[in-house]
Design a protein. Structure first.
Length: 108
C-alpha cells in the first residue's frame, strides 16, 4: 500500500512539472484561499503561526526532493504535527501534497 502511495506521489509531482509554473502556482494559491490557509498563514499571520513566506523560507531545503515533500505532506495531513489542526486534517492527501510543493517552491 505504501508503494502505491509513493508511486501516486511521484506521478503527481511529475505531472506538476508539465504545467507552466505561473498557472500551477496560481491554482494552488487559489486552493490555499479556498481551504482558508490564508486565515492563519497570510500577512500578518495569526498569533504564533508562520506566514507562507516564513514557511517557504524554512521549507526551501526540500525543493525538488520528492520523498521529502511527500513526507511533509503526509505529516501535514495525518500526523497532527501541530497539535491536531482541523483545517490541516481536512485536506486530502493530494491537496496536502500540492500545498507543500507550492510552499517549497516559494508560495508565490
Amino acid at each position: 500500500m505504501k508503494h502505491a502511495a509513493g508511486l501516486r506521489t511521484t506521478f503527481l509531482l511529475s505531472m506538476l512539472m508539465c504545467i507552466p509554473m505561473s498557472s500551477w502556482a496560481q491554482n494552488v494559491s487559489s486552493l490555499a484561499l479556498d481551504k482558508g490557509c490564508y486565515n492563519c498563514h497570510g500577512n500578518p499571520p495569526r498569533k504564533n503561526t508562520p506566514s507562507f513566506d516564513q514557511l517557504a523560507e524554512t521549507l526551501a531545503k526540500y525543493r525538488g526532493q520528492t520523498k521529502g515533500i511527500a513526507d511533509l505532506a503526509e505529516k501535514l495531513h495525518k500526523e497532527h504535527v501541530f497539535g491536531g489542526i482541523k483545517a490541516h486534517e481536512q485536506l486530502s492527501p493530494e491537496q496536502a501534497l500540492l500545498l507543500v510543493t507550492w510552499i517549497t517552491e516559494g508560495a508565490k
